[in-house]
Design a binder for this molecule. Structure first.
Ligand SMILES: [Zn+2]
Length: 254
């Protein structure tokens, strides 16, 4: 009865498993396809039965079978989110548009998850992921949006961040925006359009400021230690793209 749902969730979780490889290897400049995964601690090859999404993590209690080194909990979270989002986004009816939309949105989920965890750990948003995102958004926009939507969105997304950077500097008293952030805004502008990308900039600054102040107040972060901004752009864009009803309920000034 729930066979299709189980299949879609498993499909998503398997992608999540691959994203864990992407998150680990891209910042190190390694090939994501080869060689097969090994334990970063003891270098032992990871067998297929140790690599079943979610289940292996639970069965191994988050430890390498051989050397008992801890596998980060984020591996489990990534697989869970990817599975849940595949299920959430899976269309009820099938047409050219709903299928294309699912492929584009699930690809977006994959880039967002990778960006989020890579930026959190390494403070970079890899060009290859921004380019991939821009390409799928442009493909989608050419099919379903007017050129004004994506062209103006792209121009604002690429140009507006300079203003944001100054604003952020004013409120947070530190530089919060790198070139990777600007490229991510530009890519998002293609899909979100002019108003959408302005909303994104506003939302991500709000989220960033709130979390930044909380971290400083709870002394988890010093004022001088820069927190990466990418995760806030990702969170804001995720709300806009996947949960637009929540954004509609927010008291936004426009
Ligand atoms: Zn090991």
């Amino acid at each position: 009865m729930y066979l299709l749902e189980l299949f879609v969730f498993t499909f998503g979780a398997i992608f999540g498993s691959f994203l864990n490889v992407v998150i680990y290897r891209i910042p190190l400049g390694l090939n994501v396809a080869r060689p097969r995964s090994t334990c970063p601690s003891c270098k032992k090859l990871i067998h297929w039965y140790e690599n079943i999404p979610l289940l292996s993590y639970l069965a191994l209690r988050g430890k390498c079978l051989k050397c008992k080194a801890r596998i980060p909990f984020s591996y489990f979270i990534v697989e869970l989110i990817a599975g849940a989002m595949a299920l959430y986004l899976f269309p009820n009816s099938f047409s050219f548009e709903t299928i294309i939309r699912f492929v584009v949105l699930f690809s977006t989920v994959c880039v967002f998850i990778s960006h989020f965890f890579i930026d959190l750990k390494h403070k970079i948003l890899p060009d290859v992921l921004n380019l991939y995102l821009a390409a799928i958004f442009l493909g989608y926009a050419l099919l379903f949006y007017s050129w004004k939507h994506w062209a103006i969105g792209l121009a604002i997304g690429g140009g507006f961040p300079f203003l944001v950077s100054s604003t952020y500097l004013l409120f947070a008293k530190k530089e919060g925006l790198g070139l990777g952030d600007v490229k991510l805004f530009a890519a998002l502008g293609i899909y979100l359009g002019p108003l959408g990308i302005i909303t994104n900039v506003f939302l991500s600054c709000m989220l960033g400021s709130i979390v930044g102040v909380l971290l400083i107040l709870t002394k988890k972060m010093s004022r001088d230690y820069p927190i990466p901004f990418g995760p806030f752009i990702i969170l804001a864009a995720s709300l806009q793209i996947f949960f637009p009803k929540i954004v509609k309920m927010l008291p936004l000034p426009f």
